[in-house]
Design a protein. Structure first.
Length: 211
């Protein structure tokens, strides 16, 4: 897969600055290896709909890493619910090793893929469980294409420490509905680069802020 590796690395080098991320050699190496493994695994189990390198780099990796431009990540704990193929949690962990990410995935086959990448990279931790069964909490909770998102974020509130932030990759229409929910405090949604209707929205429940 030499040619594929070169193509992925070239695409990452070109695309990452569009999402506010520097394409350092270490970052490029980790993300290239991740996407190369994803393409290989995707032939056996369906991790993503399209494994075209440009789609993976921009729609999945780039949009995941855009969170870095919205909130500080260094030294933070992060829970990624419904990690699937590793977006956004695993991509964030590989790009920012100082993050302490736990990837929550109930599908054992998808979890096996996440565990392999985490083992090879030495980064991240995988929990094979449903979100409802997870008892640990984090400073940042990430949601992207999780089942039941249209019902809102309240079902995941128990995973946040007081004052923690929820980050969700959703449409502007859904963001507008979420912003009407009681209790939650929402920032203005931030459009993902190159899109008109998809954004990251940050929410917080009232409580003591983490130090």
């Amino acid at each position: 897969m030499g040619c594929v590796s070169e193509e992925i690395e070239s695409l990452l080098r070109s695309a990452l600055p569009d999402y506010g991320v520097a394409p350092t050699p270490e970052r490029l190496a980790r993300l290239t290896d991740f996407l190369k493994r994803l393409i290989r695994w995707n032939r056996r189990i369906r991790l993503v709909g399209s494994a075209a390198p440009e789609e993976l780099v921009r729609r999945h990796v780039g949009e995941s890493l855009f969170l870095h431009s919205l909130i500080p990540l260094a030294g933070k704990t992060l829970l990624d619910v419904g990690s699937g193929a590793g977006f956004p949690g695993l991509a964030l962990q590989l790009a920012f090793p100082e993050l302490r990410a736990t990837l929550v995935e109930s599908n054992s086959r998808k979890a096996a893929f996440l565990q392999e990448v985490a083992r090879v990279s030495g980064l991240g931790r995988v929990t094979v469980a449903r979100a409802e069964d997870v008892r640990e909490q984090a400073e940042i909770l990430t949601l992207r294409a999780v089942e039941g998102m249209e019902r809102g974020p309240t079902r995941y509130a128990h995973l946040l420490i007081p004052g923690g932030k929820l980050a969700a990759w959703i449409t502007l229409e859904m963001a507008d509905r979420w912003r009407r929910l009681p209790l939650w405090h929402w920032a203005e949604p931030s459009l993902l680069p190159g899109t008109r209707q998809r954004a990251i929205i940050l929410g917080e429940l009232p409580g003591e802020r983490p130090a």
